[in-house]
Design a protein around this ligand. Structure first.
Ligand SMILES: Cc1cc2nc3c(=O)[nH]c(=O)nc-3n(C[C@H](O)[C@H](O)[C@H](O)COP(=O)(O)OP(=O)(O)OC[C@H]3O[C@@H](n4cnc5c(N)ncnc54)[C@H](O)[C@@H]3O)c2cc1C
Length: 502
C-alpha cells in the first residue's frame, strides 16, 4: 500500500518521515526497497526538497567531505568533482527522489510540531502546521526523524558589542541575500569553520579584500577537488563497482586517519601544520593563524579543495586575523589588539543553532519526553520511546554513511515486527552500571552549547555512540535485533485479544 488510509478524521501511514533532505529521501528509498509494501509519507516544513543543500545559498557552498561517502550507498556519484558544490548535491537528491518516485510521498509546507505515542493503539499521532496556518493530524505506526540537526529558523550569531552602530551589512550565511553584490567590497568573515573557509576564497575572487577574523585557529587540510583515481576507475569499471571501491577506500582511509589522530595527536598535528607551511611559505605566521590549541579531530577538520584558501591568501586577496572583537563601530570592527578592520560587509560565519529531535514535542502515553534525559540506543532510537528513530550522521566522516545504516536498521525492525505480528518496539535500559555521557565529545562551541538538551550516550553497547562505520555496520546491519534491550511487544488490547482467540 503506497498511500495512507483514512482512520476517522486522520490519515494513517505505516511510517511517517520528518524532513525531505538527504536523509528523508534516503529513508524513502530504503523503505521502498527493503521494507516494501509499507505506506509512508514525508512531511517537509519547507516548500523544497534537499534540506541543507537547498537552504544554504552562500557563494561557493560545497561539501567538505567527499561525495563517494556523502552520496547514498545505492546511487553512485558520477560527477568528476569529489568535493562537490551545493547545487550539484541538491540535484543529486532531487534526481534520487524523482527516479524512485519518492517525491510523490512528500508533502511540502508541513512543519511537524508534536508527536504523541499511545501504547494502547501502538500508534503515533503527529501534528503538523501547514504553510497556510492550518493544523494537520496524521497517525503512524513508526516515526522516522530525518530533519537534520540544526534549526532552520536561523543560525547562531553571538551578541557583538556595538553591532547596531555598524553602517554596513551584517549577513549570516544561513540567510544569504540572493542579490548581494560584494564586488570590490571590503569583507570581514567572522569564523574559522567549514563555512568561513569556503566563503573566504570564493568571495575573494571579486571582493576588494576578504579578511577571515577568527578567535582561534582550526586545522585546515587541502585535498584535490577531483579524485583522480576515482575518475580513472569510473572509466574502466561499471559505475556501481567503481563507486563501491572508492567509497570503501575513503571509509577505510577516514577511519585510519581518525585513529591515528587520536593515538598520535602530536605527529598528526605536526604533519598538518607542515602542509600548511609548505603552502603558505616560511614567512607566513602559521603558528598564530593555523595552529589550533586542541588536537586534530577534537573538533571537525576543515577541508579546502585545491588549496583555494591558501591560494587566495598568497595572492593577497584574502588574509587571516586571529584576535578578539572589542566592538563594532560605524566603519567596521575594532579588535582587542587595537587593530581596526574596515568593512562594508560583515559575514557572521559563527555557526548553527543545534536542534534536538527536529524541534518536536514528544509524549509517550501522555508523559512528556525530555530528550536531554533519554539514552540513545545505537545512536538512533531512544530509551523508553517506542517506534521512533532518528537519522544522524558522523562527526568524523560523511553523514550519509551512518544515515544509510540507520535506514537499513529501521527496515529490519519493521520487517521483524511484520513477521512476528508485534507492533511496538522500545529500547529499555535495566542496567544500572550504564553511565550517561554527552552525545558528542566535540569541543566546538556550537556542540558544547547544545549538549545538555541532547540525548545522552551510554558507556557501553548498545547505548554507546560509535563514530565508526565498521562498528556500526556490525551493530546495525548484522547484530541480532532481539538483544535483550530492544523490547518487542503488543499493545495490551491487542495482546488480550490474541490471548482470548488462542
Ligand atoms: C553548510 C553545510 C555543509 C555541510 N557539508 C557536509 C559535508 O560535506 N559532509 C557531511 O557529511 N555533512 C555535511 N553537512 C551536514 C549536513 O547537514 C548533512 O550532510 C546532510 O545534508 C543532512 O541531511 P538531512 O536530510 O539529515 O538534514 P537536512 O539537510 O538539515 O534536511 C532536513 C530537512 O528536514 C526538514 N525539517 C526539519 N525539521 C522539520 C520538522 N519539524 N517538520 C518538517 N520538516 C522538518 C527541513 O526543513 C529540511 O528540509 C553540512 C551541513 C551544512 C550546514
Amino acid at each position: 500500500m503506497a498511500d495512507g488510509t483514512q482512520r476517522g478524521a486522520d490519515e494513517h501511514f505505516d511510517v511517517l518521515i520528518v524532513g525531505a533532505g538527504l536523509s528523508g529521501v534516503g529513508a524513502g528509498w530504503h523503505l521502498q526497497h527493503e521494507a516494501p509494501g509499507r505506506s509512508y509519507v514525508i512531511l517537509e516544513g519547507r516548500e523544497a526538497i534537499g534540506g541543507t543543500w537547498d537552504l544554504f545559498r552562500y557563494p561557493g557552498i560545497r561539501s567538505d567531505s567527499d561525495m563517494y561517502t556523502l552520496g547514498y550507498s545505492f546511487k553512485p556519484w558520477t560527477e568528476a568533482k569529489a568535493i562537490a558544490d551545493g547545487p550539484s548535491i541538491l540535484n543529486y537528491v532531487r534526481e534520487t527522489a524523482r527516479e524512485h518516485g519518492i517525491d510523490r510521498h512528500i508533502r511540502y509546507g508541513h512543519q511537524v510540531t508534536d508527536a504523541a505515542w499511545s501504547s494502547a493503539d501502538a500508534c503515533w499521532t503527529v501534528t503538523a502546521t501547514r504553510a497556510d496556518g492550518q493544523t494537520v493530524r496524521l497517525t503512524a505506526g513508526f516515526v522516522f526523524l530525518c530533519g537534520g540537526y540544526y534549526s532552520y529558523e536561523g543560525g547562531y550569531t553571538p551578541d557583538f558589542p556595538g553591532a547596531e552602530r555598524f553602517k554596513g551589512q551584517v549577513i549570516h550565511p544561513q540567510k544569504w541575500p540572493e542579490d548581494l553584490d560584494y564586488a570590490g567590497s571590503q569583507v570581514v568573515v567572522i569564523g574559522s569553520g567549514a563555512t568561513a573557509v569556503t566563503l573566504v576564497p570564493e568571495m575573494a575572487r571579486t571582493a576588494g579584500h576578504v579578511t577571515m577574523l577568527q578567535r582561534s585557529p582550526t586545522y585546515v587540510v587541502s585535498r584535490p577537488a577531483e579524485d583522480a583515481l576515482a575518475n580513472r576507475l569510473r572509466k574502466v569499471l561499471p559505475a556501481k563497482l567503481a563507486y563501491q571501491l572508492i567509497r570503501w577506500r575513503n571509509v577505510l582511509f577516514g577511519m585510519w586517519f581518525f585513529r591515528l589522530a587520536r593515538n598520535k595527536p602530536e605527529a598528526v598535528k605536526r604533519n598538518i601544520i607542515d602542509m600548511v607551511r609548505a603552502q603558505l611559505g616560511p614567512d607566513y605566521d602559521v603558528q598564530t593563524h593555523f595552529t589550533p590549541r586542541y588536537n586534530p579531530w577534537d573538533q571537525r577538520l576543515c577541508l579546502v579543495p585545491d588549496a583555494d584558501l591558501f591560494e587566495a591568501i598568497k595572492a593577497g586577496r584574502a588574509s587571516v586575523v586571529t584576535d578578539h572583537i572589542e566592538t563594532f563601530d560605524e566603519t567596521g570592527v575594532r579588535l582587542q589588539s587595537g587593530q581596526h578592520l574596515d568593512a562594508d560587509i560583515v559575514v557572521t560565519a559563527t555557526g548553527l543553532t543545534l536542534q534536538v529531535m527536529n524541534g518536536l514535542a514528544l509524549t509517550v502515553d501522555g508523559a512528556a519526553v525530555d530528550p536531554g534525559q533519554t539514552l540513545s540506543y545505537k545512536g538512533m532510537m531512544y530509551e523508553g520511546v517506542p517506534n521512533l528513530a532518528s537519522a544522524f550522521g558522523y562527526t568524523n566522516a560523511s553523514w550519509t554513511l551512518k544515515c544509510d545504516l540507520t535506514c537499513e536498521y529501521v527496515c529490519r525492525v519493521l520487517n521483524h515486527m511484520a513477521k512476528t505480528g508485534l507492533r511496538q518496539v522500545t529500547p529499555r535500559n535495566d542496567d544500572p552500571t550504564i553511565e550517561r555521557q554527552p552525545w558528542l565529545d566535540f569541543s566546538s562551541g556550537y556542540v558544547q552549547r547544545a549538549m545538555a538538551k541532547f540525548p545522552k550516550q551510554g558507556s557501553k553497547a548498545p547505548w554507546k555512540l560509535h563514530q565508526n562505520y565498521a562498528l556500526d555496520l556490525m551493530s546495525l546491519r548484522y547484530a541480532k535485533l532481539e538483544d535483550g534491550v530492544l523490547e518487542f511487544s503488543n499493545p495490551a488490547r491487542v495482546a488480550a485479544r490474541e490471548t482470548a482467540a488462542a
